[in-house]
Design a binder for this molecule. Structure first.
Ligand SMILES: CC(C)(COP(=O)(O)OP(=O)(O)OC[C@H]1O[C@@H](n2cnc3c(N)ncnc32)[C@H](O)[C@@H]1OP(=O)(O)O)[C@@H](O)C(=O)NCCC(=O)NCCS
Length: 167
């Protein structure tokens, strides 16, 4: 597998790193970019979240798009020129809105997105990241080193559990 350099063309990208998935030999190399929810990337982020949270999970649009997006960092994962997944992180290390388009699942996109947000958190000097995991996704976050704490809670009609990772 060849290693392709990924070059940031936009000053707003604070990190842009290739995420090699060679350990699992996933069929493509996911490129992650840290972006803002702006005129360029906002629509791409919205497209993915609308498809996954509204389309698949029936989450009301007003709950997903809570007004915080313009103020926080986001990750987009690319497969060539296609955007495959996204996630966001608040200023206190709260990771959320992780979504991978159905047709891209199981190829390492979700892992690439979370790892990029963790790198960004480390770059910002954070000591801890945390999230509310949908119950079905606990195993996914455990593989990334997150541990559970507290009691399960409901959000958007879906059961969640608190998880954290000390950096
Ligand atoms: C959860 C989600 C982000 C995972 O993304 P993905 O790109 O399919 O995950 P990856 O391919 O990076 O998976 C990496 C590993 O986690 C595992 N995994 C993926 N989804 C999992 C899940 N729901 N539960 C347990 N393990 C999971 C994979 O099997 C893989 O393990 P392996 O390496 O041992 O084979 C994706 O399924 C998704 O968008 N789901 C709908 C939205 C959602 O539930 N978001 C999370 C809100 S907390």
């Amino acid at each position: 597998m060849s290693l392709t350099a990924f070059v940031s063309l936009n000053a707003k990208h604070r990190t842009a790193q290739p995420e090699l998935s060679f350990l699992r030999e996933y069929p493509f190399m996911a490129e992650t970019i840290i972006v803002q929810f702006d005129a360029q990337y906002g629509p791409e982020i919205r497209k993915i979240r609308t498809s996954v949270f509204m389309g698949e999970q029936n989450v009301p649009e007003s709950l997903d798009f809570d007004g915080l997006d313009p103020h926080v960092v986001h990750v987009l994962v690319k497969d060539g020129d296609q955007f495959a997944g996204t996630g966001r992180m608040l200023g206190d290390g709260h990771i959320g809105r992780l979504a991978v388009l159905k047709e891209y699942r199981g190829r390492g996109v979700g892992v690439a997105a979370v790892r990029a947000l963790i790198r960004e958190a480390q770059r910002m000097g954070m000591k801890r990241v945390f999230l509310g995991a949908q119950m079905h996704a606990r195993g996914f976050y455990q593989k990334l080193g997150f541990t559970e704490y507290g009691s399960p809670f409901m959000e958007a009609g879906i059961e969640h559990i608190h998880m954290e990772k000390i950096l």
